[in-house]
Design a protein around this ligand. Structure first.
Ligand code: ATP
Length: 263
């Protein structure tokens, strides 16, 4: 069974702006999949269609369906989706900066359950992030960018999700920290059989940890394949792995001409 299947969804903001134009994505149970693409391609919008956060931004899924383990999510509010086991780590390391890591984790955990349950859950989560554990009583505003990203992920883990969605966890972080965070995400996927949907502009790092990737451009999936095949694809290599995307207009024009997937 798939943990998640998006079938031909369309998303409109403010009743007029068509941001997603028929996207289909599947995340197998226990699988790890990446959504890749440049700024504004529609990656975050796709995640919000799944977590239910679109409504707050005047966005609406106007076509297609979003299914979590065969259950249609269309009419469920975000909190119900969290209860089902869906968690989204938003872009930009949102943590309560004036609270410590401990307090951030407590604030993120479900209100039901005993103190002992919460302590066990915190221990499990800190097990993935020893660095955070060491600084558990420091105010999180003073943590490094990488540590704040870890805390944002740790907060999502406190809800004990079965499907974890991460929006650009590598943003603004040094390669060595990105590697550390991605290897932790991989561990969580393997040890807990948690299904993971990873949104990234950093295709190099993402394709090293996922098994399958979808490339989104202008609200459409323009390519999807096994990560190993995507890494070998000449277009992906040149424009997403080469690190010169968007830097040279000639390259962009060349890219537009060569883009076989739109042909
Ligand atoms: P980024 O990496 O920059 O976050 P993205 O691939 O996640 O890019 P989205 O944020 O999903 O892209 O944006 C897709 C399109 O929808 C963009 O054209 C964006 O301007 C538009 N958009 C996003 N959020 C809103 C909103 N709340 N209201 C109106 N338009 C929006």
């Amino acid at each position: 069974m798939n943990a998640l299947s998006l079938n031909n969804i369309e998303v409109i903001y403010d009743h007029v702006f068509l941001a997603i134009k028929g996207v289909s994505v599947e995340v197998p149970d226990g699988g790890m999949v990446a959504l890749l693409g440049a700024n504004g391609a529609g990656k975050s919008t796709t995640l919000k269609a799944i977590s239910g956060l679109l409504k707050a931004e005047r966005g609406l899924v106007t076509r297609g369906d979003v299914k979590y383990r065969d259950q249609d999510l269309a009419h469920l509010p975000p909190q119900q989706r969290v209860k089902l086991g869906i968690a989204q780590v938003l872009e930009g390391r949102r943590v309560f900066e004036h609270l410590t890591s401990d307090e951030n984790l407590i604030a993120a955990s479900a209100v039901h359950g005993s103190r002992a349950d919460m302590a066990r859950n915190m221990e499990r989560v800190y097990g993935y992030f020893p660095r955070l554990y060491e600084r558990r009583t420091a105010m999180s505003g003073y943590l490094s960018g990488g540590e704040q990203q870890m805390l944002a992920i740790a907060r999502a883990l406190m809800t004990q999700p079965k499907l974890l969605m991460l929006d650009e966890p590598s943003l603004g972080l040094a390669p060595v920290i990105v590697e550390e965070i991605f290897s932790i995400i991989r561990r969580i996927n393997q040890e807990e059989k948690m299904s993971i949907l990873l949104v990234e502009q950093n295709a190099i790092a993402a394709l090293d940890v996922v098994s399958h990737g979808y490339l989104i451009e202008n609200g459409r999936v323009v390519m999807h394949d096994a990560a190993e095949s995507l890494k070998k694809n000449p277009d992906i290599q040149e424009f997403y792995l080469g690190g010169h995307e968007g830097k040279d207009f000639n390259n962009i024009k060349h890219y537009r001409r060569r883009k076989r997937w739109l042909a």
